[in-house]
Design a protein around this ligand. Structure first.
Ligand code: 13P
Length: 251
C-alpha cells in the first residue's frame, strides 16, 4: 500500500485552449500548493500552453491523453512519444477505455505504447477496468488481471517503477455510478498483489494505483481513504474549479 499520491484530471475532448488556460490557472489559484501531485490531462493542442502554467507551480504536471506507438512516419494526425517529451509533457494516459472502445486499442498495442513512452522519458498512466457485463458475471478480477498482465508484465522493474495504474471500471465512467469504496479497495488490492507477484513487494508498495469513474467532491474522501486507493483519475469533475479543488484537497 502507498499513501495518497496523485489526483489527475482527464479533460477528454473538452475545453478550448482559451478555456483550458483559464481552468488550469483558476484551479491552481484556488488549490494552492497541493497535498499530492496534480496532473492535468489536456487535449493535445493545449499541452504546451498548460505546461507553461504548471511549470511555474510546484506539484502540478501535464499529461497527454494518448500517443501513437510508432517513432515517426506517415501517420497523419498522430503524435509520437518524442514529440510529447520534447514539448515538456510529464505523463501520458494510455489504454483509456474510450480509446479501447472507440479507437480499437487493445493491451498488446498499449504495451508497445507504454514502452515507447518510458523510453522517451514520459510517465505512463495505464488505464484498466472491466465492463458492466463482466462485473455482473463475476469475472472482473480475471479480466483486469489479464489487462495488467498483457500491458505491464513484460516491463523490467526499473520501467514498472515509473508506471501509474488507473483502475477505471467502465460502468462507472461518466455514469454517475461510482464503485463503492469496498469494490475499489478489493480491485486495487488485487492489482497491487499482481504487481507484487511479478515485480516484488517494494515496487508493488510504491506503485500509485488511482481510482477513476464518477469521482466527485462528495465521494472522493471515502474512496481515497481506502488503503490501496492512492488517488483518482477524474473526468467530468475535473472540468470545474468548484468540483476539482475539493477533490484535490480530499484527505
Ligand atoms: P468520469 O469522472 O467523468 O466518470 O470519467 C472518468 C474517466 O474516464 C477519467 O479518465
Amino acid at each position: 500500500m502507498t499513501s495518497r499520491t496523485m489526483v489527475a484530471g482527464n479533460w477528454k475532448m473538452n475545453t478550448t485552449p482559451t478555456q483550458g488556460k483559464a481552468l488550469a490557472e483558476d484551479i491552481i489559484a484556488a488549490a494552492g500548493t497541493p497535498p499530492t501531485k496534480v496532473v492535468f490531462g489536456v487535449p493535445a493542442i493545449q499541452l504546451m500552453s498548460i505546461k507553461e502554467i504548471t511549470a511555474q507551480h510546484e506539484g502540478y504536471f501535464v499529461a497527454a491523453q494518448n500517443m501513437h506507438h510508432k517513432d515517426n512516419g506517415a501517420y497523419t494526425g498522430e503524435l509520437s512519444a518524442a514529440m510529447l517529451a520534447d514539448a515538456g509533457v510529464d505523463y501520458v494516459i494510455l489504454g483509456h477505455s474510450e480509446r479501447r472502445e472507440y479507437f480499437g486499442e487493445n493491451d498488446s498495442l498499449v504495451n508497445i505504447k507504454i514502452n515507447k513512452a518510458l523510453n522517451a522519458g514520459l510517465l505512463p498512466i495505464y488505464c484498466c477496468g472491466e465492463k458492466l457485463d463482466i462485473r455482473e458475471a463475476g469475472n472482473h478480477e480475471m479480466i483486469v488481471g489479464k489487462q495488467i498482465e498483457q500491458a505491464l508484465f513484460s516491463l523490467d522493474p526499473a520501467q514498472m517503477e515509473k508506471v501509474v495504474i488507473a483502475y477505471e471500471p467502465v460502468w462507472a465512467i461518466g455514469t454517475g455510478v461510482t464503485a463503492s469504496p469496498e469494490q475499489a479497495q478489493e480491485m486495487h488490492s488485487f492489482i497491487r498483489q499482481m504487481v507484487a507477484n511479478q515485480f516484488g513487494d517494494t515496487i508493488a508498495n510504491s506503485t500509485t494505483i488511482l481510482y477513476g469513474g464518477s469521482v466527485k467532491p462528495d465521494n472522493a474522501e471515502e474512496l481515497f481513504g481506502m488503503e490501496d486507493v492512492d488517488g483518482g483519475l477524474v473526468g467530468g469533475a475535473s472540468l470545474s474549479v468548484e468540483n476539482f479543488v475539493p477533490i484535490i484537497k480530499a484527505r
